[in-house]
Write a protein that binds this ligand. Structure first.
Ligand code: NAG
Ligand code: NAG
Ligand code: NAG
Ligand code: NAG
Ligand code: NAG
Ligand code: NAG
Ligand code: NAG
Ligand code: NAG
Length: 736
């Protein structure tokens, strides 16, 4: 169930399908696209393109390099993309100027009420001038510039610092709201425009920084005001997806430009499946160089939950965002002809006027002989003459697609895992949990003429919200289990935001509806919420480092209503984003490039590699008596993987920077109390002036954790006005 269900939820289904149909184009059979990453740009006179060509020339024997070269990275870091044979790749790998070579792969892309729910109400305290000087870089599927969310009415010219030009291409004009647009074609040809032909990029950009638009809805559903987190900020849109896919080499090119253009925050609602080492992960590489230039990157955790260790955004300089529910849920009801009403999930805009229609189970809607496959409504298994004018029951969510293809009037399906999210479908449809689906099956068997109707969706108040949604990818971190991922959670379920008006709101190409606002779910939707929150914090503290902004958001995140859930930190990291508190965190945990280099050393990078990556003469710190560890990074959360059944003692050295004013005294508290022995030294600090730094150690001792277990508590530094909270998590998951 999981895999197929997840595919349907994947908001980038469209791109994925297109990618499959284009991939048979004959391009140099044995050459594949690679990224050759060469670290930071060297100081002094250097012409990257010339260097890249000469490297390429030296390893390509036959023909010209024109057929191989794809693009250079030369504005913010060094490297290039090229199509290479396996032999050529091996030759390159041995060159000393190269940090890593890796295949360019296809990344997948992974609201009105949501901002109120986060406490960022329309009338909160804002810094209008600073907000209007803030530019959010959105690396996505492009943008539809004529949408109301992106109108520049009331906007003056972009801030003077801005260096980006508008190169949106065909039929694309920037304005004072969208101050930059650029597109990257995977392999040199295609639609030469930054215009969004998918909908995802317009949705994420408007969630982060769209204008306030009153009275919008999806066919009357989820009616309210659509607005971004920082409605006065500007948007720079970098379109990295084309029908061939969202390739690593295009994503990296967008980082190269966004950093050099001078964006303030970067948001990337894209991810690949599985964990990648940092030097072969384009988002980790791009965001490292962004961090070095003072830019925080937000990245979606992924939609591969609820299994553990599924989060794919893992670098500590990134801020990784999980998805949770908001207090407004969208539901749909099935009304049976016997008078019973059953509740399920879907975003159903269709009105069936309460007329009932015959109910047919998939197994009775097929003349094919595999009953099992017909029950699931597998592709090609339903017969039009048996299902036309009926509501078809399918034993699997993906069956909705087949019901639609076969001309059914409606569809009812079951999903045991993902019943906490609603999706737009091209026909009246509803997805039920196991219990409710079985009730319909029992009704079906109890009568000669089973009939039902599906009602238009309505919204209900969800008192349990926020909870992390099933599809949100979970920790622990597969590369560095001692760095907590995800970092934070934000609204990502049933979010209404702007959409491309030329594509269907559902996954179906032949859905003829067109909308300017659509309801979508995913960590793709939660990521720009935190980008908006980070930009909001930055408007109050323009000089804060990326790690200070990240720390402020993490240490002020509120604890979720899921206290009985054993893996809670691996669901939501530090908790739920709380932007208004984050502007005044009291203390921050800061890490600079030097700290991240020490972190890279602690996981096995040598002097040569860290120098290439940092572009300076960094060396790995001489290892101290106890060696180095990723736990020593000054991270705003504290996590350690320990072997099961053995006594342990772990140390988390940390330092905090005072960002309040006047004298104040902070005391350390461990809340709630645990059986583990936790000592914080020193446990009281007095601060006199802004920017003052204090170091401390957290030492955790225990007799041993049981297999696959997790224990957690929090360290809270408090001066009675601020509570600076860091989760402390010890776990024996995936430890051998
Ligand atoms: C050009 O942009 C307009 C919106 O201003 C849009 O309606 C139209 O479809 C676009 N044309 C093409 C060829 O993409
Ligand atoms: C429901 O009623 C509306 C307006 O009366 C009509 O346009 C629509 O076709 C009807 N739908 C169905 C499924 O009968
Ligand atoms: C549906 O199919 C099942 C099994 O193939 C059969 O037992 C049942 O009678 C059929 N129901 C109808 C209404 O045709
Ligand atoms: C299914 O949803 C109903 C509410 O509509 C709830 O009472 C029931 O417990 C749920 N069952 C499962 C297995 O989640
Ligand atoms: C209608 O069918 C459902 C499902 O089988 C059942 O739970 C309910 O009691 C029935 N209602 C009536 C009024 O018979
Ligand atoms: C937590 O959720 C429960 C329902 O699951 C609800 O009754 C309770 O009010 C919630 N508590 C908070 C603090 O939101
Ligand atoms: C590193 O570079 C700086 C300035 O570029 C220089 O002052 C310093 O001595 C160098 N350190 C080493 C160890 O080479
Ligand atoms: C802050 O503390 C310092 C040293 O304890 C003291 O000299 C100073 O007067 C205090 N300032 C205020 C505003 O209380």
């Amino acid at each position: 169930m999981g895999k197929f269900g997840a595919l349907l939820f994947n908001v980038f289904f469209t791109v994925f399908i297109l990618a499959l149909s284009f991939s048979c184009k004959a391009i140099d059979e044995d050459r594949k696209a690679y990224i050759v990453y060469m670290g930071a740009l060297p100081d002094g006179v250097y012409t990257p393109s010339t260097h890249h060509f000469s490297i390429l020339q030296s390893i390509i024997q036959d023909s010209s390099i024109a057929g191989s070269f794809i693009r250079s990275y030369k504005r913010s870091f060094n490297g290039f993309a090229a199509k290479l044979t396996d032999q050529e790749r091996q030759k390159l790998a041995s060159m000393k100027e190269i940090v890593s070579i890796f295949r360019s792969e296809i990344f997948q892309t992974q609201t009105t009420r949501s901002w109120d729910f986060m406490g960022l109400h329309e009338k909160i305290d804002r810094k209008p001038t600073a907000e209007s000087d803030t530019i959010i870089g959105v690396i996505d599927t492009g943008i539809w510039p004529e949408l109301e969310s992106f109108s520049d009415e009331g906007f003056g010219p972009p801030p003077k610092k801005w260096k980006g030009a508008c190169t949106g291409g065909t039929n694309f004009t920037c304005n004072n709201k969208i101050v930059r647009a650029r597109y990257y074609l995977s392999f040199g040809s295609g639609y030469e425009s930054a215009r969004d032909l998918v909908g995802h990029g317009s949705h994420t950009a408007s969630t982060a920084a769209g204008n306030n638009i009153k009275d919008v809805s999806f066919y009357g559903i989820a009616e309210g005001t659509a607005r971004g987190g920082v409605p006065s900020s500007r948007i720079a849109a970098y379109k990295v997806c084309d029908p061939e896919g969202c390739y690593s080499h295009s994503i990296l090119a967008a980082f190269d430009d966004a950093i050099a253009d001078g964006v303030d925050i970067i948001t990337v609602s894209l991810g690949s499946s599985g964990a990648h080492a940092f030097e072969v992960d384009p988002i980790a590489i791009g965001s490292f160089h962004a961090m070095a230039k003072g830019i925080l990157t937000l990245n979606s955790a992924g939609n591969s939950g609820p299994s553990l260790q599924t989060v794919s955004s893992l670098a500590p300089w990134l801020m990784t965002v999980a998805a949770s529910s908001i207090d407004r849920r969208i539901i749909s009801k099935v009304s049976l002809a016997n008078g019973t009403t059953i509740i399920g999930s879907s975003v159903n805009s269709f009105k069936l006027n309460e007329t009932t229609f015959p109910l047919v189970h998939g197994r009775n809607g097929s003349t094919r002989c595999s009953e099992l496959r017909a029950r699931l409504c597998e592709e090609g298994f339903l017969d039009r003459c048996l299902v036309e004018g009926t509501i078809v029951l399918c034993d699997r969510v993906i069956g909705i697609k087949e019901a639609y293809r076969a001309g059914a009037l409606g569809s009812i399906s079951v999903d045991g895992t993902f019943s906490d999210v609603s999706f737009v479908s091209p026909l009246p449809a509803v997805t039920l949990n196991q219990t409710n689906y079985m009730a319909i099956i029992s009704y079906l068997c109890s009568t000669e003429d089973p009939r039902a109707t599906i009602l238009q969706s309505e919204t209900i108040k969800d008192i349990a919200a926020p909870v992390v949604v099933s599809f949100s990818s979970r920790g622990p971190n597969a590369i560095t289990p001692d760095i907590m991922k995800p970092d934070i959670t934000a609204p990502g379920v049933d979010i209404l935001a702007s959409y491309s008006p030329v594509v269907p709101p559902s996954d179906s190409f032949d859905d003829t509806r067109r909308v300017k606002y659509n309801i979508m779910s995913g960590t793709s939707m939660s990521c720009p919420h935190v980008a908006g929150a980070a930009a909001y914090v930055k408007t109050f503290h323009p000089d804060w480092s990326p790690s200070a902004i990240k720390s402020a958001l993490m240490t002020t995140a509120f604890i979720m209503n899921d206290t009985d859930h054993p893996n809670k930190e691996f669901d939501h990291g530090s908790g739920h984003v709380n932007p208004t508190t984050a502007i005044n965190p009291g203390l921050v945990y800061e890490s600079s490039e030097v700290d991240y280099v020490a972190f890279l050393c602690s996981i096995g990078y040598d002097d040569v590699k860290v120098r290439r990556i940092s572009g300076d003469n960094s060396t790995c710190p001489k290892s101290s008596e106890e060696g180095s560890s990723p736990r020593y990074l000054n991270y705003p959360s504290m996590t350690a993987q320990v072997p099961a059944g053995k006594p342990f003692m772990v140390r988390f050295p940390r330092r905090v920077t005072y960002v309040g004013d006047g004298n104040s005294t902070y005391t350390a508290r461990i809340l709630p109390k645990l059986k583990l022995h936790i000592k914080v030294t020193p446990s009281v600090f007095s601060f006199q002036s802004l920017g003052e730094e204090k170091s401390f150690d957290v030492i955790v001792k225990g007799k041993g954790l049981s297999d696959n277990s997790i224990v957690s508590t929090s360290l809270v530094w408090t001066d009675r006005f601020h509570n600076v909270r860091s989760p402390i998590v010890l776990h024996s998951l995936f430890s051998t």
